[in-house]
Design a protein. Structure first.
Length: 65
């Protein structure tokens, strides 16, 4: 992953969590819970997708043949 993409993702997640936390402390419980599906979608599309893609150092196929 490129450094710029990682920084953008980190800022986005921090903003979403910060928004949900702010709304939770101001008493808007429903609004704070609405950020949860966004974080779940982020996890499914980014983290799970990265686990499927083999990294550059990994080889496909049997080792030692």
């Amino acid at each position: 992953m490129k450094k710029s993409a990682a920084v953008i993702q980190l800022i986005t997640v921090l903003l979403v969590v910060g928004y949900g936390t702010y709304n939770l402390f101001t008493g808007n419980f429903e609004q704070s819970i609405l950020t949860l599906p966004l974080l779940v979608v982020y996890y499914l599309f980014v983290v799970v997708r990265q686990k499927r893609v083999p990294s550059d150092g990994e080889k496909e196929g049997p080792v030692g043949r």
